[in-house]
Design a binder for this molecule. Structure first.
Ligand SMILES: Nc1ncnc2c1ncn2[C@@H]1O[C@H](COP(=O)(O)OP(=O)(O)OP(=O)(O)O)[C@@H](O)[C@H]1O
Ligand SMILES: [Mg+2]
Length: 262
């Protein structure tokens, strides 16, 4: 069954300098997608549409589970979104435990207006223990390292039992060890939550891990390729996407790029 669908969507920013053009893309239940594209190709803009921050303003329609996009509160409860601009909105003095709990209410900061009941508190405690984060429980979220923050954000998303989790460059700013730590935890979460679809945005193909089977390549606001990673993640397509000569290397289930010097 389809989860989210872009039907012939075009969108232009207010200053008219950037457009997403003719986007046709269906994310089915349980599918895991990589979105790959250069800086400024429109990846975050595309994600903002799924989360309802922006709407098509030229042509096209968006569908959530087969119906025109419903009210935003219901939608946001069903979608987890990990992005730096969400992390920046977390109140400075908020404790990690409260950050995790707030995920259940699809709210940032204001969860004290909603009453967490015993089941929710237990759920948060269990998730923190499971991912070795119990020691952060009473720390202020903003005192965590970037790697720790990303993991807490992922745990926070699980609280709402969403249909879809969107990760917008979750490994940006992480060193190799922290990146691998995060990706390993993500792989575990994906294996254990096959009923959740994941979308992972990146510029770096070495962040693509095994549970992702689908890829969408975005260039200058247009989809240039989409389909199975096995068939679409080719040297030719990557050269077209990034406008640079490169060699693609696959080792076990991971990918890497090599560049030749003149
Ligand atoms: N609100 C806005 N007003 C004007 N221009 C915008 C707005 N939001 C995005 N843009 C522009 O649209 C283009 C696409 O931005 P977007 O953030 O979607 O790119 P991206 O693929 O996520 O890039 P990056 O990899 O650097 O995160 C950029 O040129 C950006 O400057
Ligand atoms: Mg972006």
């Amino acid at each position: 069954m389809e989860l989210f669908r872009f039907e012939n969507v075009s969108y232009t920013t207010l200053d008219k300098k950037f457009s997403l053009k003719n986007i046709n893309w269906t994310i089915n239940n349980f599918e895991n997608w990589i979105i790959l594209g250069a800086n400024g190709s429109g990846k975050t803009t595309l994600l903002k549409m799924i989360y309802g921050f922006i709407r098509p303003n030229e042509t096209g329609c968006l569908y959530w589970r087969g119906e025109l996009l419903p009210n935003l509160y219901e939608l946001r409860k069903s979608i987890g979104f990990i992005s730096n601009f969400i992390v920046e909105k977390i109140p400075h003095s908020e404790k990690v435990f409260d950050t995790v709990i707030s995920g259940r209410f699809a709210m940032l900061g204001y969860w004290e207006y909603a009453q967490p009941y015993k089941g929710i508190i237990e759920q948060a405690e269990q998730l923190l223990i499971k991912f070795n984060c119990a020691q952060f429980r009473d720390r202020e979220f903003t005192t965590l390292s970037q790697g720790e923050r990303q993991l807490i954000m992922l745990i926070r998303c699980l609280m709402a039992e969403p249909y879809l989790i969107i990760l917008d460059e979750p490994c940006a700013g992480l060193d190799v060890k922290n990146r691998e730590f995060f990706l390993k935890n993500l792989a575990v979460i994906m294996q254990e939550n096959k009923n959740i679809a994941f979308i992972f945005v990146t510029h770096h193909i070495d962040e693509i891990i095994k549970p992702f089977k689908k890829i969408l390549m975005l260039k200058n606001g247009e989809i240039i390729k989409q389909g199975d990673i096995d068939s679409e993640l080719t040297e030719e397509n990557l050269q077209l996407l990034f406008d640079i000569d490169l060699k693609l290397v696959k080792f076990k289930n991971r990918y890497s790029l090599i560049f030749e010097e003149d």
